[in-house]
Design a protein around this ligand. Structure first.
Ligand code: FE2
Length: 201
């Protein structure tokens, strides 16, 4: 169980099913220490503090993301949900190309996996400032699209099914790639395990 499956607060950091150095050099142990161990821990702590005793005290993170108005509760819940999917989708070993139904849907909706990667990279590079670039479906097995969301944006809030995501906040890549977002995206493709997105689809 991860924090995004937990029925209610207090939420905890999701356990990582890999060692902190397992993604190096694409994502270093030091980045895991800061990004997972400090940034994500802060969002978890903030969320627990914000929902205690309030209208979302008995809600799951997914329910909070879907129902909370714009503001601190939504921002922290969405950041916990987004980072949980982000870190778990790297569960080694990497599977660098999707197969099965997801591969077929990419052929249908983007003209193939390579064309998808090109469009996704362009979208992630073009996101101004902090945010997330998502691969989403209209629903299980549904039409695929690429969505940029600023800040804590999460497709659940607009009724889409999130399949895969890249964090383009600078905190995700500054230790390993400095200002080079393009290099961090190139590294991302090498460690992604497409099995996670296939199961979600
Ligand atoms: Fe992040």
């Amino acid at each position: 169980m991860t924090n995004i499956d937990q029925p209610r607060a207090p939420f905890a950091l999701p356990a990582l099913p890999y060692d902190r150095s397992a993604l190096a050099p694409c994502i270093s142990a030091e980045t895991i220490d800061y990004h997972y161990g400090r940034h994500l821990q802060t969002y978890v702590n903030n969320l627990n503090g914000l929902v205690a005793g309030g209208e979302f005290a008995d809600a799951s993170i997914e329910q909070i993301v879907k129902r909370a108005p714009a503001g601190p509760v939504f921002n922290n819940a969405a950041q916990v949900w987004n980072h949980t999917l982000y870190f778990l989708q790297f569960s080694p070993p990497a599977k660098t190309r999707p197969t099965g139904a997801l591969a077929g849907a990419m052929e249908r909706d983007f003209g193939g996996f390579d064309a998808f990667c090109e469009q996704f990279t362009k979208s992630a590079l073009g996101l101004f400032g902090s945010g997330w670039t998502w691969l989403v479906a209209d629903g299980p097995g549904g039409r695929l699209s690429i969505e940029n969301a600023p800040n804590a944006g999460n497709p659940l809030a607009v009724g889409k099914l999130p399949l895969m995501v890249i964090d383009v906040w600078e905190h995700a890549y500054y230790i390993d790639h400095r200002n080079a977002r393009a290099a961090s995206i190139e590294a991302f493709w090498k460690i992604l395990n497409w099995e996670i997105a296939e199961k979600r689809f």
